[in-house]
Structure formats: structure tokens, C-alpha cells
Ligand binder design. Structure first.
Ligand code: MG
Length: 277
């Protein structure tokens, strides 16, 4: 078995990648996750979920300490190991860094309440979030603990959402459509956050690293674009909703956790970290 040329760092989206889209099951990926742990390959989770949700999930996945990217790149939760010794002594635990504060987003939304009909998480509260999602109370509480972005239910006309978007853009904010909710955020992207995390790994490892990024939706594209090895996971219907460079990339033949495991195995073979047998 050859030594890998550089330390591999894997960045991965959660829903539809490491976790199945429908049942959130990740058991198909577990053997590969444990293999990456044996190989000391960090797995950096990157999702729209909150820090509270992702901290819980990281415990469920039994992942070793690594930073993670939350709220679609609006927040980075650093790990103590990646902070410099100066920083580590000044912060008691891992540090959460938000590019745009949620309070900034909420200030703008409060101004726009007179002009448009919508309800965001602060208006809905935990009860309202439970009523509009499939989340049980404890998970809805974690979803409400936001640092950087605000989901909202649009209850106005399609014409007005164009005006709403224009005003948000003028204020330096973005609006993207999720499943049921629209998400108001700053200009952060998952790719920009990945770049910052990768830089820290380079500094701490005193050398180059090899990055892989795994995604299934356009919001992951910014990570796939800057990764050494972009990996695309198709949707449940088989449709691939990300662009994967055919020279560098790998595309899974299956959706969800099974596709995740299949492509990470292929990556380890391609890098010579594992051999065929
Ligand atoms: Mg996804």
C-alpha cells in the first residue's frame, strides 16, 4: 500500500449524502466512517443545520474531534486542535465563528414585516416549527438555536418575493429556497467556509492537504468547485443535481449513505490509501 501524497480531509454535506434523504439512515456509511477514523482522515460535516443540531449528530455518528460547517457556511465551529496555541488558551472550548450574525438578519426582517407577509422561526417559535416540519420538540428546539441565518415561510405573492429578494440583496443578504422554507442569510457559502477550514488544516499540518467534497445539491457546488476531488451523490430519483468535473471527480451510482460509502471507497483506492484487496 502506498503512502498518500498529502493528508486527506473529507468535507461532506449531510442530508442526501452521509444521511439518506428520506429516513436519515447512515448505517451504509458506517464501515467507511470507521475506516476513515482508523486512517486519521478528518471528516468535516457541512450542512444547513444549526451548531446545536450538528453537535448532536456528530455525537450520534461517533466522529472524532473535527471542525464543522453549519448554517450553509454562515457558521464554522472550530475544534480546539485547529486553533493556534494563543487562541486555544483564550477560548475555553471550541469557538463558533459566524460571518453574518443572525441579529443582523432579524433586524432587516423586522423592518420588512410591514411590507410583506411572512413568518420566520422567531415568529413561529418551537411550537410553530414543530407544526410546519416533521421535527419532534427536542429537535425543533435545536433547529431554533440559530447563529447566522433565518428560515421563513413566505405567505405573500410570487411578485412580491421578487421585490423582497431585491431589498435583501441591497442589504447584503441572500434568499434561497429550501424544501418548505426560504432561507435568509449573509453572503457566506459552504465553499468559502471550507476554504477557511482547509487553510487551518494546512497550517496545523505544516504542508499541503488533499481535499474531497461530497454534495448532492446546488448549495454544495461551491465546495465541489474548490475540492481536489469533488464527489456527487444523485438524488433518490437518480438525478445528479451538482456538476462534477469528470477529470477530478467521482459520481456515485446510488443515492444517500450507500452512494457516500461507495464513492469514498473509490477515492481511497484512487489515492492509493487502500489497495484493491
Ligand atoms: Mg444535501
Amino acid at each position: 500500500m502506498n503512502e498518500p501524497p498529502n493528508q486527506l480531509v473529507v468535507f461532506t454535506d449531510l442530508d442526501g449524502c452521509l444521511l439518506n434523504k428520506v429516513d436519515y439512515d447512515w448505517s451504509a456509511a458506517e464501515p467507511v466512517l470507521r475506516r476513515l477514523e482508523q486512517l486519521s482522515v478528518p471528516v468535516v460535516l457541512s450542512s444547513s443545520k444549526t451548531v446545536a443540531e450538528m453537535s448532536e449528530l456528530r455525537r450520534e455518528l461517533c466522529l472524532p474531534e473535527a471542525p464543522f460547517i453549519s448554517e450553509n457556511g454562515g457558521v464554522i465551529q472550530w475544534s480546539k486542535w485547529l486553533l493556534s496555541s494563543n487562541e486555544a488558551s483564550s477560548v475555553p472550548a471550541e469557538r463558533v465563528a459566524a460571518t453574518t450574525k443572525r441579529s443582523t438578519v432579524l433586524d432587516v426582517l423586522t423592518e420588512l414585516k410591514n411590507q410583506f407577509q411572512f413568518r420566520s422561526f422567531v415568529d413561529l417559535g418551537v411550537e410553530g416549527v414543530m407544526a410546519n416540519t416533521d421535527l419532534p420538540r427536542e429537535k425543533a428546539e435545536l433547529a431554533c438555536q440559530r447563529h447566522s441565518t433565518e428560515p421563513l415561510l413566505w405567505e405573500d405573492t410570487d411578485d412580491n418575493i421578487r421585490l423582497f429578494l431585491r431589498i435583501l440583496t441591497e442589504r447584503g443578504l441572500t434568499l434561497t429556497k429550501g424544501g418548505r422554507f426560504w432561507h435568509v442569510a449573509g453572503n457566506a457559502t459552504k465553499g468559502h467556509a471550507m476554504h477557511q477550514v482547509a487553510d487551518r488544516y494546512r497550517d496545523r499540518m505544516s504542508g499541503e492537504i488533499t481535499t474531497a467534497a461530497i454534495g448532492d445539491s446546488p448549495i454544495d457546488q461551491s465546495m465541489l468547485d474548490i475540492a481536489d476531488y469533488p464527489i456527487g451523490i444523485p438524488a433518490v430519483d437518480g438525478q445528479l443535481n451538482v456538476e462534477v468535473d469528470p477529470h477530478r471527480g467521482i459520481v456515485a451510482s446510488q443515492d444517500g449513505a450507500a452512494g457516500w460509502a461507495e464513492t469514498v471507497r473509490q477515492l481511497l483506492l484512487r489515492l492509493g490509501i487502500e489497495d484493491v484487496n
